[in-house]
Design a protein around this ligand. Sequence first.
Ligand SMILES: Cc1ncc(COP(=O)(O)O)c(C=O)c1O
Length: 374
Amino acid sequence: MSIEQRVRPEVRAMARPRHGGDVWGRLQVRDFSSNVNPLGAPERLGEYIAEAARDMENYPDDSCAELKDAISSRYGVPPSNIVVGAGSAELIRLFPEVFVRPGDRVVMPRPTFSEYGFACRLMGAEMVDLPLPEDDAFRLDIGSMVSMMLPGTRAVYVCNPNNPTARMLSRKEVLELVAEARRRDVMVFLDETLLELSERDADVTCVPEVESNDNLFIIRSFTKSFAMPGIRVGYGFGSREVIRYMDAARLSWNLGTLEQRVATRLMAEEQEHVRRAVSMLVGEKDRMRSGIARITGTKVALPDSYFFFHSLEELGMTSCQFRDAMLRHNVLVRDCSSFGPPCHGYSRFCVKTRPKDDEFLGALQLVVEEIGGR
Ligand SMILES: Cc1ncc(COP(=O)(O)O)c(C=O)c1O
């Protein structure tokens, strides 16, 4: 028997999901392709890491008790409603491992973050796409999603705000979806990793709702809020029962001692850092919007989030061509072709600080001049 024949059929067909942020070894490049806190990591991160780097000869606390306590205090939700992971990516993998059986229908908006589909396909799920309408700025219609919850549907996925489209649902809309799903015995996987850097976070988050909605699971992450993709810490909220099973199935020692200690300090002591970024982003997002509109001569809508999903139609470029053109001026944006049609005609880039955004706008100006625009 060949190795290929020994491999599970779901794995044979797998290709790795593609992501932005590929700046390794290109120090001069400004990364606008990954949506992390524009202020960077908190100044004291190095100090926290140095202080945490002791007793590495012992196994980490497998229950991550201190970190869960810190998350619990920040969100006002008991530790029994919290699970932590090596990045929210681990929890994206864990959710279908716990809830999805081979052949289950899983409904997913398209485009959305690719890791969800990857994890569900690995478990043998039947993936059903809900295409988001380009002519309605990719708005997710709750009624359409509910109508796709046919018998055999195990879960639906919602990313709020959605990666890559930057569209946000209100809490009311999400809870309406959760209620309809509960009536049909369908789980809702809600990704709020990009919400914390939005000024609407407190009004939109559904974290306080998890205990009363046992079909809801929510992920959040340190990656975006504290700009630390290099240290892998994410967390999830669910009812006590949901968390009990997820915690039972997760990888042992999934968070090292270093990660646990650093994340605990950040959660307890660096909320102000996140708040500063949020208030800075409000004004800076609008400045970016008018800068892009001026340079490209197009109308640019204000995104619901702190990143743009920008149509390249007026520039007459594909997502890949735009990425390459901007990269020649040391700015990295997300080539959205991997999200599938119609995303090859869009680019995703985030908002950063004023001087960095000016570099972005400078590069955009040069690209527009190169293609003979205004
Ligand atoms: C929407 C969304 N969710 C989750 C993740 C995973 O992030 P992490 O594993 O670093 O928490 C990402 C990373 O790009 C993302 O964009």
